[in-house]
Design a protein around this ligand. Structure first.
Ligand code: SF4
Length: 212
């Protein structure tokens, strides 16, 4: 295998394909690094509500998430690099969800699975429900549905794989874990008498502007 360390020296993709047909494989350190990461995503083993049943189904024999290298659900956040927020995030549970995320090592990713995790879903008007985990955590992939089927989770996982594969390791757009100026920890809210404090993390959540 030939390795080229400078992405500028990388041949065009069609040239690579032509060479690979002749048994010559060219790659870059960047592609190799991303290829390894995108095919070994270990999700954190936890669920919040009914969407978690679909997540569990995705890991069973019929849907077989193992085909994507993501079957190793870890019971410890220290060993996981993907948080699938599967279900309703109550205000009582939100501080624990953020704390678990903070305990995961970098690089780490978040999938918001289902209407509840995205926006509060059918419980959006409830006094006890967070209207989207993206108020507190940086979500990489949103999966719509109530509940999304296991196939939708697999599609979301593939979208995350594409995102990882496209990450450049240097330059201004490099991922957070390679940028010393960015932190991988986010403040966990506190559950106070009437609501969470703060009601959102202003660093990562901006309410949609309403035009008058
Ligand atoms: S989105 Fe629907 S299926 Fe998923 S946790 Fe909420 S109510 Fe349950």
């Amino acid at each position: 295998m030939g390795m080229i360390h400078e992405s500028r020296a990388m041949p065009e993709i069609d040239q690579r394909q032509q060479l690979s047909r002749q048994g010559v494989i060219l790659t870059t350190v960047e592609d190799l690094y991303n290829w390894g990461r995108k095919n070994s995503i270990w999700p954190l083993q936890f669920g919040l509500a009914c969407c978690a049943i679909e997540m569990i189904a995705a890991s069973m024999a019929r849907f077989d998430i193992a085909r994507f290298g993501a079957e190793v659900f870890r019971p410890s956040p220290r060993q996981a690099d993907l948080m699938i927020v599967a279900g309703t995030v109550t205000k009582k549970m939100a501080p624990q969800v953020v704390r678990l995320y903070n305990q995961m090592p970098e690089p780490k990713y978040v999938i918001a699975m289902g209407a509840c995790a995205i926006s509060g879903g059918p419980f959006r008007q409830g006094y006890n429900v967070v209207n989207g985990i993206d108020r507190y955590l940086p979500v990489d992939v949103h999966i719509a549905g109530c509940p999304p089927r296991p196939e939708a989770l697999l599609e979301g996982l593939m979208a995350l794989q594409q995102k990882i594969a496209a990450q450049r390791l240097t330059g201004a757009g490099r991922p957070r874990h390679l940028d010393g100026a960015q932190s991988g920890e986010f403040p966990a809210p506190r559950l106070e008498e009437h609501d969470l404090a703060p009601i959102a993390n202003p660093q990562i959540w901006r309410p949609t502007a309403v035009k008058e």
